[in-house]
Design a protein around this ligand. Structure first.
Ligand code: NCD
Length: 305
């Protein structure tokens, strides 16, 4: 049985197949409309979510399946003290596949150890968010036509942002990518990420001001400051509006510097950018459904001819 706990669970060749499948689903949705007839996905969300949970549920429904689950620890037996291990054992009796989001790092891994069905990590604390990376990668592939040879700026909360950690680890398997990490000093990317880049021979730089580097970027990945992972509100308030991407800054960027964001956005991208053709964050959401459909089919080992 196969799980998706980190994007590194897939080889680059398997990722390519997954993106090809997602692209085929986008082109021929009818072909896949009954691929999961009779199947169920359980979405076990102990943390808030709009996109990810609904995207998984929509993905299963688009494949002809059904969805069940809970949206918030308070609505589950976790509130009574049940462990993730017991919950997944129980859920394995009801569903064919599960997507789990939890505030603790490693929760999806624990679930996978006790599960009778494939487990997808839909975000574990400040650690990883593999399906966000799959859709980020698919968006980059569709917009740029490639997954190599570019300079990517990653801006905002690089310390707690799990989407950043999964994305960098995954990009660090493709050729000739230069990373520019833009963050306040308190929120810089963890050493284990920069160590990995050094080990693998990637070049990177770290800076504080977006305006200093925006002209050289081929892609800009913005993130929100992760309020829920801060130890005190004062620090959050001080850092929350550190970056605001606005029209003035975008005028200095390349004509094809696409802006990505995992969403939800708070203030870090001004709404005036939404109409800029380089704003790709709502496209990402759409690709997210296709890529999750492809992932469900792959983990359930369902093939459609
Ligand atoms: C992200 C997450 O949950 O990590 N959201 C998402 O799933 N698209 C990013 C965030 O919450 O900032």
């Amino acid at each position: 049985m196969r799980h998706c706990l980190t994007p590194l669970d897939f080889t680059t060749q398997e990722l390519e197949q997954l993106f090809d499948l997602a692209a085929d689903i986008e082109k021929n949705p009818d072909k896949y409309a009954h691929a999961c007839d009779g199947k169920k996905i359980a979405t076990l969300f102990y943390e808030p979510s709009t996109r990810t949970r609904l995207s998984f549920e929509a993905a299963m429904m688009n494949l002809g399946g059904k969805a069940l689950g809970f949206a918030g620890a308070a609505q589950s037996s976790a509130a009574k003290g049940e462990s993730v291990a017991d919950t997944i054992r129980v859920v394995s009796c009801f569903a064919d596949i599960a997507a789990i989001r939890h505030n603790k790092e490693g929760a999806a891994y624990v679930a996978s150890q006790f599960s009778g069905i494939p487990v997808i990590n839909a975000g574990d604390g400040g650690h990883e968010h593999p399906t966000q990376t799959l859709l980020d990668m698919m968006t980059i592939r569709q917009l740029k036509g490639r997954l190599n040879h570019f300079t990517i700026g990653i801006c905002g909360d690089l310390k707690f942002g799990r989407t950043v950690h999964s994305l960098v680890k995954t990009l660090a398997r493709y050729d000739d990518i230069h990373f520019v990490f833009i963050s306040p000093p308190e929120l810089r990317v963890p050493d284990y990420i920069t160590d990995l880049l050094e080990e693998k021979g990637y070049t990177y730089e770290e800076c504080i001001k977006l305006e200093d580097v925006i002209t050289k970027l081929d892609l800009l990945y913005m993130t929100r400051v992760q309020r829920e992972r801060f130890f005190n509100e004062e620090d959050y308030v001080r850092l929350k509006d550190f970056y605001v991407l606005n029209e003035k800054l975008m005028r200095r960027a390349k004509n094809d510097m696409y802006v990505l964001h995992p969403l939800p956005r708070v203030n870090e991208i001004s709404v005036e950018i939404d109409k800029d053709p380089r704003a790709a964050y709502f496209k990402q959401v759409q690709y997210g459904v296709y890529v999750r459909m492809a992932l469900i089919l792959t983990l359930l080992d369902i093939h459609v001819d």
